[in-house]
Design a protein around this ligand. Structure first.
Ligand code: SF4
Ligand code: SF4
Ligand code: FES
Length: 240
C-alpha cells in the first residue's frame, strides 16, 4: 500500500450550498485501515464539518453505507487495500435524498419496508413457540435471506428503484419473502397481495444489481423470483 490516499469527498450542505461539490484530502494510510477510518480521519484531523453516519463498526447496524469508487459498500467492513488504488471517491448512496454530505434520508426506503409489514404475525391456531429446526427444509429456503441489516446498498444499486419511485425495491421484497415462506405466518395472503402489483415483484427486471452489492451476500433477486412464482401459484389456487 502507498503511504497516503488521494480522497475526493462529495460535499453538500443544503443550509449553505447552492450546489454540491467535491473536496480533496490527503489521508495517511495505516495497516488494516477501513474506509470508515478514512472518513473519520478527515473529520477528526482535516475538516470537522464533514457529516456521515455510522454506529456499530462491525457490519451489523447497516448505517455506514456509502458509494465508494462506483459501488455501494459498508465503509466499516471495506478495507482500503481491497480497492487496490490510491485514488478514492466517496459519495452518498444513490437513489436516496441527500440530507448533508454523505448522510442520506432513509425514510423512503423504510416507508416501503413498512408497506410489507416486516414483522411476523402469529396464527392464533398455532401455539408458540413452534419449533422450526435450523436444518429443516423450511428453514433452509429462507436461511440466507434472513441476515438483512437494512443498509440500503441494494436499493441504491437498483435501476428500477431509480426509475420508479413507487417500486418496493429489493430489501422490502426480500423481507416479504422470508415472511411469506414461513407457513406459520397469519397474513401471507395479505402480503402476497401487497407484492403482486406492478410496483411490487413485477417491476423487477432480474438484473442482479442488488445481489452484487449486498454486504451480507443476500440475493434479493432470488427471493423476488420465488415471490413471482408464489403469486402465480396462488392465483391458480395451487398454494394458499
Ligand atoms: S434484480 Fe430486481 S430488485 Fe435487484 S436490482 Fe435488479 S431490478 Fe432491482
Ligand atoms: S438485502 Fe443486503 S444490501 Fe439490501 S438492505 Fe439488506 S443487507 Fe443491505
Ligand atoms: S457502522 Fe454499523 S454497519 Fe458499518
Amino acid at each position: 500500500m502507498p503511504d497516503s490516499l488521494h480522497v475526493k469527498v462529495f460535499r453538500f450542505n443544503p443550509d449553505r450550498d447552492v450546489e454540491p461539490r467535491f473536496d480533496n484530502f490527503e489521508v495517511p494510510v495505516f495497516d488494516n485501515m477501513a474506509l470508515l477510518d478514512v472518513v473519520m480521519h478527515i473529520q477528526n484531523c482535516l475538516d470537522r464539518s464533514l457529516s456521515f453516519r455510522f454506529s456499530c463498526r462491525i457490519g451489523m447496524c447497516g448505517s455506514c453505507a456509502m458509494y465508494v469508487n462506483g459501488r455501494a459498500r459498508l465503509v466499516c467492513r471495506t478495507q482500503v487495500s481491497s480497492l487496490r488504488t490510491q485514488d478514492i471517491t466517496i459519495m452518498p448512496l444513490p437513489n436516496f435524498p441527500i440530507i448533508r454530505d454523505l448522510v442520506v434520508d432513509m425514510a423512503p426506503f423504510f416507508e416501503k419496508w413498512k408497506k410489507i409489514k416486516p414483522y411476523y404475525v402469529s396464527n392464533k391456531e398455532i401455539s408458540e413457540p413452534v419449533v422450526v429446526r435450523p436444518g429443516s427444509g423450511e428453514r433452509e429456503i429462507i436461511d440466507d435471506m434472513l441476515d438483512c441489516i437494512t443498509c440500503g446498498c441494494c436499493y441504491s444499486a437498483c435501476s428500477m428503484v431509480a426509475t420508479n419511485s413507487e417500486y418496493l425495491g429489493p430489501a422490502a421484497l426480500n423481507r416479504a419473502y422470508t415472511l411469506i415462506a414461513d407457513k406459520r405466518d397469519a397474513i401471507r395472503v395479505e402480503r402476497l397481495k401487497t407484492v403482486d402489483r406492478s410496483y411490487g415483484v413485477w417491476r423487477c427486471h432480474t438484473q442482479f444489481n442488488c445481489a452484487e452489492v449486498c454486504p451480507k451476500n443476500i440475493v434479493p433477486t432470488r427471493s423476488i423470483q420465488n415471490l413471482k412464482r408464489r403469486c402465480v401459484l396462488h392465483k391458480f389456487g395451487i398454494v394458499k
